[in-house]
Write a new protein. Structure first.
Ligand SMILES: C[S@@+](CC[C@H](N)C(=O)[O-])C[C@H]1O[C@@H](n2cnc3c(N)ncnc32)[C@H](O)[C@@H]1O
Length: 301
């Protein structure tokens, strides 16, 4: 049996009673560490807090592990109870649906335990959840890669008067350019080697695999997101939004030190929202009651 269990947004105490019971019944517990993180996940004691409360050893499952070793996790779930913990709600990110589909295709029984998600916690600012359009993801721009497909979605939402939730990029365990280059060289060796050097190339491949190095984790801030959003509208006629468009910035939702500030893009760009995670809402048309609630969070600078 595979239990896919939402942990909520705050800390280890946000698991539901049903979730806790499920974790305690499992022989193996994995926790995904790439689509989100708990506020205390930044601290090296974070995992042990979870382990203490749940009374289980937890194996961190990064993207590489879930993509490359999902079969192994699922094979374990065929014969025993396995928990897969997800920060927020298991279905608050598209990634975990794939694991569920694979499990069901293998005939493994799947049980989901829901919890609070960023998708509903943003309701705290007073913008009505049923007045949102399509959610967008904003990726980090690089010198050569500046994808702006989120713009059309925001445009379409705002044309319909709907709010837009912008989820901000998380980069964890990104291989360094150096290790990518090494890997490329090894593959080049594998493909072009003669039969006599084939075994040598294979050895090299495994040698370098063990020494893959990673960039430090990066979490997009609201400030960077706004900078990129404004860059994308620079050349557009009748842009979907401007620096004077009303937004709401959220940091560490669900934690004791969560921050929620409403203001124009220009105003929010000047705010220091502190530690991750951050997300941003671009408002559509607002109802007077929504405006009344936003007043409690208004930026005073
Ligand atoms: C793919 S979503 C993960 C959703 C998660 N499974 C859930 O249900 O909440 C990750 C993005 O949501 C936003 N996010 C997640 N948790 C957040 C929090 N506590 N406060 C602010 N933004 C958050 C960030 O922009 C982050 O990059």
């Amino acid at each position: 049996m595979l239990f896919i269990i939402g942990l909520g947004l705050g800390d280890e105490r946000d698991i539901t009673l049903r979730g806790l019971e499920a974790v305690k019944s499992c022989e193996k517990v994995y926790m995904e560490s790439y689509t989100s993180l708990l506020s205390f996940g930044l601290d090296s004691h974070g995992l042990s807090n979870l382990e203490k409360l749940y009374g289980k050893t937890i194996t961190l499952a990064d993207r590489e592990m879930v993509e490359e070793k999902a079969h192994h996790i699922l094979e374990e779930a065929r014969h025993s109870h396995v928990a897969f913990l997800v920060v927020g709600d298991p279905f608050g990110a598209t990634t975990h649906t794939d694991l569920v589909v694979r499990a069901k295709k293998m005939g493994i029984h799947v049980q989901s335990v829901h919890n609070a998600s960023v998708m509903n916690a943003i309701g705290i600012c007073g913008l009505q959840l049923y007045r949102y359009g399509e959610t967008v993801s904003i990726p980090f721009f690089t010198d050569s890669w500046r994808p702006d497909s989120f713009y059309e979605k925001i445009h379409s939402n705002r044309t319909m008067g709907l709010h837009t939730l912008c989820l901000l990029d998380i980069r964890v365990k990104e291989p360094t350019l150096e290790s990518l280059a090494r890997l490329g060289l090894v593959w080049f060796g594998l493909v072009y080697s003669t039969s006599s050097s084939w075994f040598y190339s294979l050895l090299m491949h495994f040698f370098f695999r063990g020494r893959k190095t990673y960039e430090p984790p990066r979490y997009m801030t609201i400030n960077t997101a706004i900078e990129q959003l404004l860059e994308v509208v620079q050349e557009r006629q009748q842009p979907a939004y401007t620096e004077d468009t009303q937004c709401v910035g959220f940091a560490r939702l669900g934690s004791d030190d969560q921050m929620i500030i409403a203001g124009t893009m220009k105003q929010l760009q000047m705010v220091d929202f502190g530690a991750p995670l951050h997300c941003l809402v671009i408002t559509g048309n607002t109802h007077p009651l929504e405006e009344e609630m936003l007043e409690f969070y208004r930026c005073r600078t």
